[in-house]
Ligand binder design. Structure first.
Ligand code: FMN
Length: 217
């Protein structure tokens, strides 16, 4: 049986590209056999933005001396870390907003990093031997040679934490130019955008089937 943790962070209730591509990935995993999915929606239902600081400083206070807010923040961090730790496969749907990691996603990472299992000093990396899919959607294009090359300040950080700090085997599935359909100035890029999206769904399908087969083996 596959256990999947899925994190959604798009602020769009409709038409989210990261949700759509993650759906394809999740469905491909589920199609291959018995699958349990734990979901956490932080785009439409954000985590409290002050919980991280409270949880971080609660770490310096003996458990029996923490106040109510500290207990609540630590309990939230533990719940988030439990959700991630209990899964074989993590799907992190990461929309690209304002050239960086969205505050919602950053809060989730910051809280999970306060948990001993996922802290940088953990004796063992919690993601070791596990797979994480980073599903990214960017409205514009950021490849080498484009005017915005070097402006993507999210992808490398997300990969760094998942791969180097937590030890996951990370596969990135990404779609660019997602704003082309709705932005007149990007009309010339619509065909490329459609190809990017189709490629992202095809990659999601292929990787989903492959990881489910690997887990079942
Ligand atoms: C508030 C906001 C800010 C955005 N900022 C950027 C940006 O800085 N660069 C970019 O390429 N696209 C930007 N976009 C477009 C998103 O990257 C694009 O809509 C992508 O598909 C987001 O993933 P989602 O569809 O799952 O929400 C922004 C979109 C919104 C709503």
């Amino acid at each position: 049986m596959s256990t999947v943790f899925r994190l959604d962070a798009s602020i769009k209730p409709e038409g989210s590209v990261t949700r759509a591509v993650s759906d394809t990935l999740e469905n491909a995993i589920a199609a291959a056999g018995d699958t349990t999915v734990t979901r956490r929606e932080i785009g439409l239902h954000p985590l409290p933005s002050d919980a991280w600081a409270t949880a971080a400083f609660a770490g310096y206070v003996p458990a029996d001396q923490r106040n109510e807010a500290q207990n609540a923040a630590v309990a939230l961090a533990t719940e988030l870390a439990d959700e991630l730790a209990s899964a074989d496969v993590a799907i992190i749907a990461a929309p690209f907003y304002n050239w960086g990691v969205t505050q919602h996603l950053k809060t989730w990472f910051d809280l999970v990093l306060t948990d001993g299992r996922f802290s940088p000093g953990a004796a063992e990396k919690a993601g070791e031997g596990k797979t994480a899919f980073l599903v990214i959607a960017r409205g514009g294009g950021y490849g080498e040679g484009t005017p915005r090359f070097g402006w993507d300040h999210a992808s490398a950080w997300l990969k760094r934490v998942l791969e180097d700090v937590w030890g996951y085997d990370v596969t990135v599935i990404e779609a660019e130019l997602t704003l082309a359909e709705s932005t007149p100035a990007m009309a010339a890029l619509v065909d490329l955008a459609r190809k990017n999206l189709a490629d992202a769904h095809a990659a999601a399908e292929q990787h989903g089937t492959a990881i489910a087969g690997k887990i079942a083996a």
